[in-house]
Design a protein around this ligand. Structure first.
Ligand code: HEM
Length: 123
């Protein structure tokens, strides 16, 4: 329950940061670093220590594999988004369409991560 809640709070922060992209560049950058950074830490922490914490009560179902796979794909996508975001910030307009492309994949996948996490409440 706690991890699902944190996951949704971080998602809300990321969506807020994204909302600022066209409104306040500095706020956008700050919020993305903050929430995307925390999100990466959460995913890596859960991937590495979930078993250690003895939280694996559910069997490794296909849905759990799917959930973990998209969560890791999102982390990879974040690195591309940060790379293109930094380049765009330095004035490389070519990075804008690449960032938008990554954004269109990463954000829906990130929403799917939070939604599928609900199936593992108590697990
Ligand atoms: C997961 C992380 C990120 C996502 C999903 C994301 C997404 C977006 C989106 C959708 C836009 C609007 C592009 C447009 O329609 O023109 C944007 C703009 C921008 N982003 Fe990000 N971004 C992320 C992280 C970052 C980071 C880390 C930086 C810089 C260090 C950054 C710098 C910028 C800049 C400079 C703009 C252009 C703002 C403007 O037009 O004034 N982004 N971002």
């Amino acid at each position: 329950m706690t991890t699902q809640l944190i996951s949704f709070i971080l998602l809300a922060g990321i969506l807020l940061g994204r909302w600022y992209a066209k409104r306040d560049r500095q706020k956008h950058i700050l919020l993305m670093y903050l929430f995307v950074g925390a999100d990466i830490l959460l995913v890596l922490f859960l991937a590495a220590f979930r078993d250690v914490l003895g939280k694996v009560k559910v069997e490794m179902s296909p849905l759990l594999y799917f959930h973990i796979a998209i969560a890791l794909a999102v982390v990879v996508g974040y690195f591309f988004a940060i790379t293109y975001g930094r380049r765009l910030d330095k004035g490389d307009e070519n990075s804008r369409k690449k960032l938008i492309f990554v954004d269109r994949i990463v954000i829906p996948l990130r929403i799917a991560v939070s939604v599928t996490s609900l199936f593992f409440i108590g697990g």
